[in-house]
Design a binder for this molecule. Structure first.
Ligand code: COA
Length: 384
């Protein structure tokens, strides 16, 4: 059977950054609650001329500079932060990337899970047509109300993956474990730019889903847990990965690689939650920072509130030096974000509700693409 999986992967994030020690001080909270209790140091915050389309296009642009776009006939864009009720974010990105017309461009939604749904669809398309490649983009902006428990777990980021036969980076194995259950733990009504969340319920629903999805994986021919060298998790905050791994270890009675929780959360600690992109930025962080993984199996634990979960496994193909070689570019991108004071962030947070009224957007972003504004009630994007 042809090996199919992730040939290459890239991360992008927002223009601004908010420091969580400063936010804690402004909220009258011990900074250790955010830094140790939630496992977050900073979060990315988009400029007014950035959104999920510009972040997703930026990640994909950097990826395609390495791989080229040859063979791409499908562009799947996973997001919770869609910009239109009808037109898909994928169509905007298709234009920005100058892809040929002969491409199907689609958006997928299921809270933080849909990046994994998109990856599964990509694997299926390539199984039917091994000569094709699929561009999968996950991009989100996590927004909660000011001074709410969710506020320190905000963030923004995008991950682009090129999925192909005979992949250079990670081969995804055919067996997976899935679980769906209707739970009101987190959602975002159509008229709201911030999520409604029952934080406690979201944590218990996530843990239950991990257990159910792992058992489903076992029943569908998945590997023994002792044959998984490292797990990465969807990380609404990086401490959640620790909770999920502790749960997985306890109910399987196995000791798991806790060091990988650190190597798999370097980027997420600094970007914050990026919903659909969170698991895949964690995977990128693990691949860039965990040595000795080549030829070994990794587990990918995906959870999206509402809720859908899936656990996939993959075999790492790229060598340590190749994977490590991409680390400095991502760290440089995070270092170069422009810091917002808490009052500056609060002012921008208040204005962030998307508007359908005609407007021109001020040029701020240093990314290759920008949201230019709304004309005739239609969104317009351009090269920055
Ligand atoms: N030093 C170190 N740790 C501290 C601390 C301090 N001074 N003060 C609190 N903590 C710890 C708590 O013990 C807790 O850790 P634990 O969960 O391991 O016990 C952690 O910090 C968070 O404290 P808690 O009181 O539970 O925070 P909260 O009720 O204000 O909110 C969430 C936490 C996650 C519920 C909230 O951020 C949220 O709703 N986030 C959005 C939803 C989400 O991300 N859900 C995840 C599943 S998708």
């Amino acid at each position: 059977m042809t090996a199919i999986g992730i040939h290459d992967i890239e991360v992008a994030t927002g223009h601004h950054v908010v420091n969580l020690t400063e936010l804690a001080e402004a909220r009258g909270v011990d900074p250790n609650k955010y830094i140790k209790g939630l496992g977050q140091d900073e979060f990315s915050f988009p400029a007014p001329d950035e959104d999920v389309v510009t972040m997703g296009a930026t990640a994909a642009h950097r990826l395609l500079e390495r791989t080229g776009a040859e063979g791409i006939r499908t562009l799947l864009f996973a997001t919770e932060t869609g910009v239109d009720q009808s037109k898909s974010t994928a169509v905007f990105v298709h234009k920005l990337l100058d892809l040929p017309g002969e491409v199907r461009s689609i958006e997928l939604k299921q809270a933080c899970y849909s990046g994994t749904g998109a990856l599964q669809a990509a694997l299926g398309i390539i199984a039917r047509n091994p000569g094709e490649r699929v561009l999968v983009i996950s991009s989100d902006i996590a927004r909660y109300e000011l001074d709410s428990p969710g506020e320190p777990t905000q963030g923004a980021g995008a991950v682009a993956m090129l999925v192909s036969a005979d992949p250079a980076l990670v081969e995804i194995e055919p067996a997976s474990g899935v679980f769906s259950e209707d739970v009101d733990d987190f959602w975002r009504p159509n008229d709201s730019s911030t999520a409604v969340v029952d934080g406690g319920l979201s944590i218990t629903a996530y843990l239950k889903s991990v257990e159910k999805a792992w058992k489903d994986l076992e029943q569908h021919g998945g590997p023994s847990i002792s044959d998984v060298a490292a797990f990465v998790y969807h990380q609404p905050f990086t401490k959640m990965a620790r909770k999920a791994q502790a749960h997985l270890a306890a109910f399987t009675g196995t000791e798991l690689n806790d060091g990988a929780l650190d190597t798999g959360s370097v980027y997420n600690r600094r970007m914050g939650n990026s919903y659909t992109a969170s698991l895949y930025s964690a995977l990128t962080s693990l691949l860039h920072h965990e040595d000795g993984l080549t030829g070994k199996r990794v587990g990918l634990v995906s959870y999206g509130s509402g809720s859908v979960a899936e656990i996939l496994t993959g075999i790492v193909r790229a060598d340590d030096a190749t994977r490590r070689g991409f680390r400095d570019r991502v760290l440089g991108m995070l270092d170069s974000r422009v810091r917002l004071s808490v009052p500056e962030y609060e002012g921008m947070h208040e204005k962030a509700m998307p508007s359908a009224e005609d407007t021109e957007t001020a040029a701020v972003t240093k990314s290759p693409f920008r949201f230019a504004g709304v004309r005739g009630r239609a969104r317009h994007y351009e090269r920055a």
